[in-house]
Design a protein around this ligand. Structure first.
Ligand code: 5AD
Ligand code: SF4
Length: 454
């Protein structure tokens, strides 16, 4: 039995989808202690910032948010109402004690591998009154704890959900903090993932995105004790009734094996969308990044995946201005983009992360050069996204209707290619997968009208 909901928690999530998943799990863990989720920090008894450390600005945003929260906390304290502030996620992991020192308003600092102990840690804060910092990588299995009933039977969460199947990374790209903040690669066992997916499907979820920092390196224990690959896991999950769509992110080119590529051609529940970060189109820079593949390897993977699934929408991540990146290296990236053509992409200026090998390299690229390169790259990527959307005009495709849209009488859904789609329909249709004809397209979304139901 849950306690009555007499306290409120406000959770602000930064960064990747895994943080979104972690935030939901934190809310589940706090529910038995009487916490209900609020969207309004003003009325919160507990505020959690679930932070991201991947690039500089993310951490800076957290510190300015903490400044705002300090004033809020003071106002609440003036009314004799308490407010606890916790910093979770990767900034918490990377900065640890420093957060409590730089922002004394913080009561609790908890890393991504320890947040399953949130209820107990909050009690410790209440008892001691001082800041608690917990960023160890404990031997006990976080997921084990999360699989206990309260957290394992999530409340309904809409019709599209995230599910973490793998966490951490052993690849050590020289620019990246993830191996340090999320730790070593770990894959959850198949049975646990299946149980969670089944519970989600029973609560009305039609689409699941499997999450992992290196999701296609997944090798969780299968029902007979043997390791199962991501394609094997996708086969298991495809058998779940009511679950119609599967996606996975983020993949590494090195782990894009034949079986997984073939699955895109043979398993209709796997959506035709692949996020496959390449970071750079220059072999020299790829080597310096320790990506452990060449530009040609990337082209070959793309060719194979397009052979398996001709209409696949490709997405990628790019970093411009990695240390030592010359004009020619950058032109190689531009040429790769023109050759592959992406439906969507994310691109960033290189940001030196303390503790990573690339931060120590000579040849750091000046900020203006990074900005110019980023602008040029984003122009091409934006044009490619628009071109991909334009190609969809007039086509009929399956749209999962997810939630109320911006306007009355309209729902927001997703195409198989992950494009947001506006569809005139009533809220009773949320959760349906409809055939819809695309009438108009914009840079970031499509509009369509229903012509039939699946
Ligand atoms: N600087 C800029 N971008 C980075 N990314 C990761 N680390 C850095 C960094 N230090 C980008 C990569 C990665 C995405 C999640 O964030 O492109 O794929
Ligand atoms: Fe970071 Fe590279 Fe691991 Fe991706 S593969 S999480 S970029 S170290």
């Amino acid at each position: 039995m849950s306690a009555p909901l007499n306290k409120k928690v406000f959770i602000k999530t930064y960064g990747c989808q895994m943080n979104v998943y972690d935030s939901e799990k934190m809310a589940d863990l706090l529910a038995p202690d009487g916490y209900g989720v609020t969207e309004d920090p003003q009325e919160a008894d507990l505020v959690i910032l679930n932070t991201c450390h991947i690039r500089e600005k993310a951490a800076e945003k957290v510190y300015s948010e903490l400044g705002r929260l300090r004033r809020l906390k003071e106002r609440r304290e003036a009314k004799r109402e308490g407010m606890m502030i916790a910093v979770a996620g990767c900034v918490a992991q990377a900065e640890g004690e420093e957060i409590a020192e730089r922002a004394p308003v913080v009561d609790l600092v908890v890393g991504p591998q320890t947040y399953h102990r949130l209820p107990e840690l909050l009690k410790r804060v209440e008892k001691t009154g001082g800041a608690v910092v917990e960023t160890e990588f404990p031997a006990e299995d976080k997921f084990n704890r999360l699989d206990k009933p309260a957290a394992a039977a999530p409340p309904a969460r809409g019709v599209a959900a995230f599910l973490t199947i793998q966490e951490g990374c052993d690849k050590f790209c020289t620019f990246c903090v993830v191996p340090y903040t999320r730790g070593a690669e770990f894959s959850r066992p198949v049975e646990r993932i299946e149980a969670e997916a089944r519970a989600l499907a029973q609560s009305g979820v039609r689409e699941i995105t499997l999450l992992g920092q290196n999701v296609n390196a997944y090798h969780g224990e299968g029902p007979n004790g043997e390791p199962v690959s991501l394609s094997g896991l996708l086969t298991h999950l495809s058998a779940i009734e009511g679950l119609e769509r599967l996606r996975y992110t983020t993949s590494h080119p090195r782990d894009m094996d034949d079986e997984l590529i073939e699955a895109h051609g043979s398993n209709p529940k796997i959506m035709p969308y692949l996020h496959l970060p390449v970071q750079s189109g220059s072999d020299r820079i790829l080597a310096a990044m320790n990506r452990r593949h060449t530009r040609d390897d990337y082209f070959k993977i793309i060719e194979r995946i397009r052979r398996a699934r001709a209409d696949i929408a490709l997405s990628s991540d790019f970093i411009v201005g990695f240390p030592g990146e010359s004009d020619q290296d950058f032109e190689d990236t531009m040429a790769l983009v023109r050759d592959v053509t992406f439906a969507q992409a994310f691109s960033f200026k290189y940001s030196a992360r303390p503790g990573t090998p690339a931060a120590e390299l000579d040849g750091q690229v000046p900020e203006e050069v990074k900005s110019q390169r980023l602008a040029r790259l984003q122009d091409v990527l934006k044009a490619q996204q628009l071109a991909f959307n334009r190609d969809c005009a007039g086509r009929t495709m399956d749209i999962l209707l997810e939630k109320p849209g911006r306007h009355e009488g309209q729902l927001a859904g997703r195409s198989p290619y992950l494009q947001p789609v506006h569809v005139p329909a009533g809220t009773a249709q949320i959760g349906e997968i409809v055939h819809a004809k695309v009438e108009s397209v914009g840079a970031n979304s499509l509009s369509a009208h229903i012509v039939g139901i699946q």
